[in-house]
Structures are given as structure tokens and as C-alpha cells.
Design a binder for this molecule. Structure first.
Ligand code: NAP
Length: 250
């Protein structure tokens, strides 16, 4: 099987304790990268770090600017540079009509899904400049490109990530930093477990997906590694859609 090689690269993955982030971290580790894991649950991070042979882990809330700033101070002291930042941490707090949501729910999703990406990009900038062919990969969603039922605020936050990716790519090209988005369709993780367990809705979603199946987290990881690799050296400001044909059929 074709295998990318990230030897000598330091890669930080947020939301790396479960789901897509864990699969991304594991794929980078198998590709010989020095992988740094970030999420809030320290116990889970420790277990994952051991399981996938990650170099380090940090329990940090990506929505907390000061915590994220401190994190990059520690990474600077210990590793001195960063080659790849994968902004993957995200939450989808509700599955209900917008008029039933609360400002508190909006704030939580904005803090993690938008500010979390900004906090990490802002604080990683100087370290990325010391990396080799540095790349930021932002995990957005097809929900950032099209509307979807009962997740209006999530859609808004992911739309922000899509356009932030474009704007940052334009700004940071002159610093030699690529910024690429990855927009998954529906993936089998904790985030979607509840929704996929509603029989009617699962059938409805599958009927819209030309490949008639949900993605495995590893299938998103492959695209993230490609985006971060030299194979994608002329890709920046673009969001790579990984959706089993959902958008093509829209
Ligand atoms: P998941 O299984 O729920 O995992 C989310 C990860 O993010 C966990 O590691 C979680 O760890 C971490 N996280 C959540 N809030 C955090 C915070 N404030 N600070 C630091 N880490 C935090 O979700 P997933 O499905 O893998 O989703 C990963 C990304 O893909 C998200 O950005 C999501 O929006 C996007 N996405 C998912 C799908 C899908 O169908 N699953 C589709 C499109 C896009 P802790 O709870 O320990 O912090």
C-alpha cells in the first residue's frame, strides 16, 4: 500500500482523543511523524498516546485563548517548531430546530468550532514559521458548504471555518504556510452516534449519499495526510470534500 512519510515532522492534532482526530493522529504516527495530541480529557489522551505511540499529549480546551497560548509556549520549549497543525476539535451540541436553540449553545459551538481554530492558528504562527513546508489543515464539514436540517448553528460555525481557511491561506502564502480545509460528509464517530441511531433519519441520510454508506474516520485521515503532504504542495485555500458523492448529487 502507498504510504506517506512524515519523518522529522512535528504534527499537532486537536480533538485527537476520539473519532476523526484519533484516526488522523494514528495515521501520522504510522507515517513516522512526531505526533502531539490535544483534547480536554487527559486520561483518554494518555491511553491514546500509548496506543498509537504519540510523542506527547496536552489536556487543553481549544476555546480558551490563554490555555492555547500556554500550550504553544510548552511546545516551543520542548520541540522548537511545528510542521503541521490539524485543527480538528469540534462539537455539535444539538439536533433541533434553530428556534429551539439557546444563545448559550451558540456560544459553546462558536468558542470551540470557530475560536478554537483561530486560537490555535494564532498561537502556532511563529512555530509554524520554523517548520519545514508548514501546513495548517482545518477540519470543517460539508455542513459549512450547504445547509442541513436541525444543525443551523453548527453549519454557521463550519461555514466560518471554510472562509477563514481561504482568507488565512491568502495571508500566510507569503510566509510559506499552506492552509487547507477538509470537509467530511457523515462519519461514524461519537458525534454522529445519536443521529445515526434514529432509524428513519439514518435511512434518509443514506438515501442522499450516492455511495450509500457513512465514512470511517480513517477515510478522512487519508485526506488530511494528503493535504499536509508534499503531494499537495500547490494546494492552499481549498477545502477538500470527502463525502461519498453527497455534494455531487445535491
Ligand atoms: P468526536 O468523535 O465527538 O470527537 C471530538 C474530539 O474533539 C474529541 O477528541 C474531543 O475530546 C475534542 N474536543 C471537543 N471539544 C474540545 C475542546 N473544547 N477543546 C479541545 N478538544 C475538544 O467528533 P468527530 O466526529 O471526530 O469530529 C471531529 C471534527 O470533524 C469536528 O470538527 C467535526 O465538526 C468534524 N466533522 C465531523 C463529521 C462527522 O460526521 N462525524 C462530519 C463533518 C465534520 P474532549 O471531549 O476530550 O475534549
Amino acid at each position: 500500500m502507498f504510504q506517506l512519510d512524515f519523518s522529522g515532522k512535528t504534527v499537532l492534532v486537536t480533538g485527537a482523543s476520539r473519532g476523526i482526530g484519533k484516526a488522523v493522529a494514528e495515521a501520522f504516527s504510522k507515517a513516522n511523524a512526531e505526533v502531539l495530541l490535544v483534547a480536554r480529557n487527559e486520561k483518554l489522551l494518555r491511553e491514546v498516546a500509548r496506543e498509537i505511540s504519540a510523542a506527547d499529549y496536552f489536556a487543553v480546551d481549544v476555546g480558551d485563548f490563554n490555555g492555547v497560548k500556554e500550550l504553544y509556549g510548552r511546545i516551543e520549549d520542548k520541540y522548537g517548531k511545528l510542521d503541521v497543525l490539524v485543527n480538528n476539535a469540534g462539537i455539535s451540541l444539538h439536533f433541533k430546530s434553530f428556534h429551539k436553540t439557546s444563545p448559550d449553545e451558540w456560544d459553546k459551538m462558536i468558542d470551540v468550532n470557530i475560536k478554537g481554530v483561530m486560537n490555535n492558528a494564532r498561537c502556532a504562527f511563529e512555530l509554524l514559521k520554523k517548520g519545514k513546508n508548514p501546513v495548517v489543515v482545518n477540519v470543517a464539514s460539508i455542513a459549512g458548504i450547504v445547509g442541513a436540517q436541525k444543525i443551523a448553528v453548527y453549519c454557521a460555525t463550519k461555514g466560518a471555518v471554510v472562509n477563514f481557511t481561504k482568507a488565512l491561506a491568502v495571508e500566510w502564502a507569503s510566509h510559506g504556510i499552506r492552509v487547507v480545509g477538509v470537509c467530511p460528509g457523515y462519519v461514524k464517530t461519537d458525534m454522529t452516534q445519536g443521529v445515526f441511531s434514529i432509524d428513519d433519519f439514518r435511512r434518509y441520510l443514506l438515501s442522499m449519499i450516492p455511495m450509500r454508506r457513512f465514512a470511517e474516520p480513517e477515510e478522512i485521515a487519508g485526506t488530511v495526510l494528503f493535504a499536509a503532504s508534499e503531494l499537495a504542495s500547490y494546494i492552499t485555500g481549498t477545502c477538500l470534500v470527502v463525502d461519498g458523492g453527497l455534494l455531487a448529487g445535491a
